[in-house]
Design a protein. Structure first.
Length: 84
C-alpha cells in the first residue's frame, strides 16, 4: 500500500461509513487504519461533524457534511489525476 496522508485516511474512513451505519472496528478494517490511530481519527471526525455516532447501537455513519467532503475530495483527486 502506498503512503497515505491524513486527508486520504479521512476520506477512506468516511467512505467506509457512507450509506449505512458501521462499528469502529469495521471502519478500522475497511479503511486500513491501525488500531493505535482509529480513536484519534474517529474523535476528530465526530467533533467536526463529518461522522455521527449513535449511542444506542454504538455505530457510526457519514453525515451530510462528511458526504460533501467526500464529493470535493473525489473531484480534486480526479483533477489531479487528469493533470498527470
Amino acid at each position: 500500500m502506498k503512503y497515505r496522508n491524513r486527508t486520504d485516511i479521512i476520506a477512506e474512513m468516511l467512505e467506509s461509513a457512507s450509506g449505512y451505519s458501521i462499528t469502529k472496528t469495521k471502519i478500522m478494517y475497511k479503511a486500513y487504519v491501525p488500531h493505535e490511530q482509529i480513536s484519534y481519527y474517529v474523535q476528530l471526525l465526530v467533533e467536526n461533524d463529518l461522522l455521527s455516532f449513535d449511542q444506542g447501537t454504538r455505530h457510526y455513519q457519514t453525515t451530510v457534511k462528511g458526504q460533501q467532503f467526500l464529493d470535493r475530495y473525489s473531484f480534486l483527486h480526479e483533477c489531479i489525476a487528469d493533470a498527470m
